[in-house]
Design a protein around this ligand. Structure first.
Ligand code: NI
Length: 387
């Protein structure tokens, strides 16, 4: 096989141009039409025929090899409803939409891997490229799997990645086992009885009851779950009341529940509902409770993560491959990881200028990361074929 590392340097300006083009024209989940068209035309130019419109705006493409296994690489494509505050030439041209999570970079990185791998063809195995919509919600991974992207040919392993400015560009972070949290949602309505602010004894104050519910929910993490397990219960919004001298009859709470361990997650609806119902009842209030299951937790496969780590060491050097802790953030790559052995790594993109975290209106990343990510992915795919 030819020595391919120089190809990454050769393609890097193209990857940066692609990333900037996507960055200028960000699209929200399931609206990634322009992004999908750019991906499809780039793949077509490489001689890899794309399949567009998968689960809405998803794109897949197969680089067929001579026999051998099939391995997939996944990138997400969607942007966020944020107004960009960077004054860069490639800043978003769409008001209130921005690639603030680096998914533009994920697309460019995976296209970079496709460019290099297409030059190395014929390969001793098949590579499937998966570009999925709506990672930020409501989730494109599950509908793509339901549409059959892991079949024909059957995918035996899958790689995914996420940029992070918490690591300097040039490095990657590797995590074994539990990697991202399950992201569930709770909707609570505390129902009291309205009245005059001066006569609380004639009313049931939904605000006082709701305040106790919020405080008591914090005892789930501190008192009801093994302290060695990770749980977050966050009430993100609270709404109720009419005027300073009116007792509220109703308060609505909306929150997120994050867990890494699926057994801990399974116990959450009952634990949370028990507190909501009984604390409300203690104050004479009634309640409505809804628990909505979101993405499952992401668990990296041990063996595939081991392969990725050793490939990365080979490709970018031991000092540039570091352990990375699990995150309570969510990632719908978890659905792929539930279907086939998977590993998801962090691609360092921090620099002196790029310091803001994802979802920040000034998020930007060091673009050399695109080449680093493509290098690691290509090496991992080649090593997978050799195993
Ligand atoms: Ni993201």
């Amino acid at each position: 096989m030819m020595h391919w590392h120089p190809l990454v340097d050769e393609f890097l300006p193209t990857l940066i141009a692609l990333r900037r083009q996507i960055h200028r024209h960000p699209e929200l989940g399931f609206q990634e039409h322009r992004t999908a068209a750019l991906i499809a035309s780039t793949l077509t130019a490489l001689g890899i025929s794309p399949c567009s419109g998968v689960a809405g705006t998803g794109v897949t493409a197969v680089l067929a090899g001579q026999a051998g296994p099939t391995v997939a690489i996944r990138a997400d494509m969607d942007a966020l409803p944020i107004q960009e505050q960077n004054a860069v030439p490639y800043a978003s041209t769409v008001p209130n939409v921005m690639h603030a999570c680096g998914h533009d970079g994920h697309v460019a990185t995976v296209l970079g891997a496709a460019m290099v791998l297409s030059k190395l063809a014929p390969l001793p195995g098949t590579v499937k490229f998966i570009f999925q919509p709506a990672e930020e919600g409501p989730g494109g991974a599950r509908p793509m799997i339901e549409a059959g992207v892991l079949q024909h040919p059957a995918v035996e392993a899958i790689f995914g990645l996420h940029l992070t400015n918490a690591l300097p560009v040039g490095r990657i972070g590797v995590c074994y086992g539990q990697t991202c949290a399950a992201t569930d949602e709770i909707k609570i309505t505390v129902l009291g009885k309205g009245g005059h602010g001066a006569h609380p004894h004639q009313a049931v104050d939904a605000i006082v009851a709701a305040a106790q519910v919020v405080a008591s929910l914090q005892t789930i993490a501190s008192r009801q779950v093994d302290p060695l397990e990770s749980v977050v219960v966050t009430i993100g919004t609270i709404a109720g009341g009419y005027a300073n001298n009116v007792i509220a009859d109703k308060v609505e709470l909306h929150g997120t529940v994050r867990t890494l361990n699926e057994a801990v997650r399974a116990a959450m609806p009952e634990k949370i509902e028990r507190i909501v119902r009984n604390v409300s009842a203690a104050y004479g209030a009634d309640c409505r409770f809804e628990y909505l299951h979101g993405y499952p937790s992401l668990v990296n496969d041990q063996a595939l993560t081991g392969l990725l780590e050793s490939s990365a060491v080979k490709a970018i050097g031991r000092d540039n491959v570091v352990p990375y802790p699990p995150s309570m953030g969510g990632e719908d790559f978890a659905y792929f990881a539930r279907a086939v052995p998977a590993t998801f790594f962090r691609l360092g993109s921090g620099s002196a200028i790029c310091t803001h975290p994802g979802h920040h209106p000034r998020f930007d990343f060091a673009e050399e990361a695109l080449g680093v990510g493509a290098t690691v992915l290509v090496q991992a795919v080649l090593d997978y074929f050799r195993v």
